[in-house]
Design a protein around this ligand. Structure first.
Ligand SMILES: [Mn+2]
Length: 410
């Protein structure tokens, strides 16, 4: 058997709207916006430098229909660099860039082959004895098990299945080309190049079934190192390593305050916790969401000076590391005694403000309002993405706490 190397990437989501809405510094926000494109360029650099034999993108090259041709021009320019380096590229359409979704086109270089959407297709690299099988998405959703119709393996060749799928499902999201690992194994291939799930995951070892994750975190929901997978096949033995491509990261930090913590004490406690965060940045700027919990008798002061306190928290971040940027400060500190319910009682608001769970009609009203905002976002939202960074219930809790603290002040 021949030896070769290839890159397996997925979920580039080029053109996706920026979701770190709370990053206040415009230059920093811009850095995060640029990061998705930069990550793909970095991966192309790696492919060229390492001289890989071919390059797979298992769906969702684009986040949705293009506003203009800018994103298509960018993608063409990058894959043309692969063409000049003699590297074939195999593309599959996912739910975000399904045939019916993308209405504009830019002619791509001849090294790019795209899997069909009406039925599975096979591309062969004769000199390597490699066969790639795949079927892209025609529509935004694909509820049928596509994998079961994939062709039989080419005997004596290295067979790769390329598929955009949620496997047996990732609740509560709609299933995309649902299938089990057993369904994949039943095809008798040597490697499954999957896409759709944004976290890196080795789903199975024999044969290797891999989600490379996306190339760059785009919101607080996509944390940690992001990249693609480099697969090496030597005499039939398959090994893999990650190529990390992200240039900026998202992270979350939860800190519990103590009842006697005043603002300076809370900031000191935060700085201690931030040390560990700074150690894990690996030279990248970090958009950090900080959740403050616990109880404090200074809660009222915190809520009353929310804007100044937020800036103090940002300043504490910068005392630990110049590139920790506060993505959002989520204050869930309860009063020292009795909690939120007691402070509502004290104000004579008991019964007026829901404490333990919100009534369904209030939640559905809030969700309808959030949907109105979503409809106005230029790029739309992706599967499972939250328009305002939190679900309706969390937003209502935040609003309730803010209202109570304002009322208490008056
Ligand atoms: Mn997808």
């Amino acid at each position: 058997m021949t030896s070769f190397r290839f890159i397996h990437a997925a979920d580039l989501h080029l053109g996706s709207p920026f979701q770190g809405l709370a990053l206040k510094d415009a230059a920093i926000a811009e850095l995060f916006i640029e990061a998705s494109r930069k990550a793909f360029s970095a991966l192309v650099d790696q492919a060229v430098e390492r001289g890989v034999d071919f390059f797979i993108v298992a769906g969702d090259v684009y986040d949705g229909d293009w506003k203009d041709n800018k994103i298509g021009l960018f993608f063409n320019r990058e894959v043309a660099r692969l063409e000049r380096a003699g590297i074939p590229v195999f593309l599959l359409k996912g739910n975000h860039d399904a045939e019916s979704v993308i209405t504009k086109t830019i002619t791509l270089p001849r090294n790019v082959s795209e899997f069909p959407v009406a039925r599975p297709g096979t591309f062969k690299l004769e000199h390597l004895k490699v066969a790639l099988h795949g079927q892209g998405f025609a529509e935004r959703s694909a509820s049928e098990n596509l994998a079961l119709a994939y062709p039989k393996p080419e005997a004596g060749w290295f067979n790769i299945g390329v598929l955009h799928t949620s496997l047996t499902g990732r609740e509560p999201h709609a299933p995309y080309a649902p299938c089990s690992v057993e369904d994949l194994r039943s095809r008798g291939y040597d490697y499954w190049a999957l896409g759709h799930v944004h976290d890196f995951e080795i789903v199975a070892e024999d044969p290797l079934v891999v989600f490379p994750g996306n190339l760059q975190g785009r919101s607080i929901r996509e944390q940690g190192a992001k990249g693609a997978v480099l697969v090496t096949v030597e005499d039939g033995r398959v090994t893999h390593e990650r190529i990390i491509t992200d240039s900026a990261r998202f992270a979350e930090l939860a800190v519990a305050v103590e009842p006697d913590d005043d603002i300076p004490a809370i900031l000191r406690r935060l700085e201690d916790a931030l040390e560990a965060v700074a150690e894990k940045m690996e030279g990248r700027p970090l958009a950090l969401r900080i959740r403050l919990g616990g109880r404090s008798r200074f809660r009222k002061e915190l809520m009353a000076r929310a804007d100044d306190f937020r800036d103090e928290v940002q300043a504490a971040c910068h005392r630990c590391h110049e590139d920790i940027w506060l993505e959002k400060l989520d204050v869930r500190v309860e009063p020292e005694t009795g909690g939120i319910a007691a402070s509502a009682d004290m104000l004579g608001l008991e019964g007026l403000i829901p404490m333990g769970g919100f009534p369904p009609e209030l939640l559905s009203d809030a969700e309808a309002r959030i949907a109105e905002i979503a409809a106005r976002l230029p790029g739309g939202t992706g599967a499972g993405e939250l328009v305002l960074g939190d679900d309706a219930e969390a937003l209502l809790e935040e609003a309730r706490d803010l209202l109570l603290s304002r009322a208490a002040r008056g």
